[in-house]
Design a protein around this ligand. Structure first.
Ligand code: CUA
Length: 169
């Protein structure tokens, strides 16, 4: 049977697309390391056990030995700890790596007026690095629907000069 050249190109093109789509689904299901509970419920154990780590027992901003900073934020219905009530304090002009997780359901972490826009997924650790150049207080909102109090879930990030910065008392 003779297949016209252009038709062959389109056939191969669509086959490549289909294989590509399947590959992205397989990657999303396996490669990205996202775990699911089965029908009977149960629990999943994330590889890095975020809630067990020392820093999540006392969330806040810490100075590392190399002069960078790490901030640990725990989210839960309907607060960020720290963030809601007491602001998350970070120093200006230094890279700050945030580590975030959630105790219960999915939450969002959107720092208003910046490109910080992260999702906290149960059992997973979100990590991102930001540098704030100005001393300023940013509003923080949860932008993933997380329950009846979702619209009340907010907080602040307070950028202070490095001299003023103190680890959380
Ligand atoms: Cu937390 Cu919406």
């Amino acid at each position: 049977m003779h297949i016209h050249k252009y038709e062959q190109i389109w056939i191969w093109g669509s086959l490549i697309l289909i294989v590509g789509y399947i590959a992205t689904i397989v990657y999303g299901g396996i490669g990205a390391g996202i775990g699911m509970v089965n029908d009977s419920g149960g629990t999943i154990t994330p590889p890095d056990q975020p809630l067990q780590s020392e820093n999540f027992r006392q969330p806040g901003t810490y100075k590392n030995d190399d002069g960078t900073y790490s901030t640990y934020v725990l989210s839960q219905q309907f607060a960020f700890r720290p963030g809601t009530g007491a602001p998350i304090k970070v120093p200006a002009g230094k890279p700050v790596t945030f580590y975030m997780t959630t105790k219960d359901v999915l939450h969002g972490f959107n720092l208003v007026g910046t490109n910080v826009n992260v999702m906290a997924i149960p059992g997973q650790l979100a990590q991102f690095t930001v540098q704030f150049d100005e001393k300023k207080t940013y509003g923080l909102i949860c932008h993933e629907y997380c329950g009846a109090g979702h619209h009340l879930m907010e907080g602040r990030v307070k950028v202070v000069s490095e001299d003023e910065f103190k680890e959380d008392e």
